[in-house]
Design a protein around this ligand. Structure first.
Ligand code: ADP
Ligand code: MG
Length: 253
């Protein structure tokens, strides 16, 4: 702190600090190489970007470009070959395996293409599961409120295998949000839905982002359904290109 107050003054230091804290994700020179020798695949090649709290960020690009690899790195599901990932100013690349699991359970929410609900549990029980796993302070009341917010208040006691695909994705969104994570990561969340349902799910994620100041990082082929977003990161051959000004023009197939 001395450094900065000396150079920029107390008032500016606090402004700087607030800006700093708003940065929820920072990816620095991230590289991922799978395999070795002739089988070597450079899935990510020196990727750097940062994301601020509350932003909705899309990751787009062709099949095999490295989108899921990037999302898996940010989700701490796999470790990079080189580079660093800071989440809430914590350098996650310095954490050990136990710390990573606990950090992941508390700080990250996940939404997948297939909602991955436990079929034999009720909708409510599916939402309560991440609370039990992470040991967070979230309550059943908050789970019920979230289910209401995603429009499922009348389905709370239904078994997860008795609801539609769109409803299951709503449950998955509520489940991803229950621990109040720093970032919700979604990999093709509308990849298994028809166009009308996709639009509803996209609108729901965007409205939850706004309502809760919740950061979302979303891999998608559904660029057109998202309309305005804060940032679009296009991955091509493992390299990342940022497009903020023309984000609504770009359409990926
Ligand atoms: P996308 O999600 O954009 O379709 P991926 O991130 O899944 O792309 O894959 C990027 C590249 O890395 C591809 O060439 C893919 O074959 C390769 N790849 C992904 N996962 C693995 C793995 N576990 N082992 C080896 N190669 C992989
Ligand atoms: Mg993928």
């Amino acid at each position: 702190m001395h450094h900065y107050t000396h150079r920029i003054g107390q008032q500016n230091y606090y402004l700087w600090r607030r800006w700093e804290l708003a940065k929820v994700l920072e990816v620095n020179h991230l590289t991922k190489i799978y395999g070795d020798g002739d089988n070597k695949v450079k899935a990510l090649d020196d990727v750097s970007f940062s994301i601020e709290r509350g932003q909705v960020v899309l990751i787009v690009g062709g099949s095999g470009s490295g989108k899921s690899t990037l999302l898996n790195m940010i989700g701490l599901l796999d470790s990079p070959t080189n580079g660093e990932i800071f989440i809430d100013e914590i350098n996650t690349t310095t954490l050990n395996d136990n710390q990573i699991s606990s950090f992941r359970n508390k700080k990250l929410g996940f939404i997948f293409q297939f909602s991955n609900l436990l079929a034999d549990l009720s909708v409510l029980e599916n939402i309560l599961l991440p609370i039990q796993i992470a040991g967070t302070q979230s309550t059943e009341k908050e789970a019920r409120d979230l289910l209401k917010a995603v429009g499922l208040e009348d389905q709370i006691q239904k078994r997860a295998n008795k609801i539609s695909g769109g409803q299951a994705q709503r449950v998955a969104i509520a489940r991803g949000l229950i621990n109040k994570p720093s970032i919700v990561l979604a990999d093709e969340p509308t990849g298994n839905l028809d166009s009308v349902t996709s639009q509803l799910i996209v609108d729901l994620m965007k409205s939850m982002a706004k309502k809760l100041n919740q950061t979302f990082v979303i891999v998608t082929h559904d660029r057109q359904h998202f309309g305005d977003v804060d940032k679009v990161i296009t991955i091509k051959d493992g390299k990342a290109f940022q497009d903020e000004e023309h984000s609504t023009m770009e359409i990926t197939v």
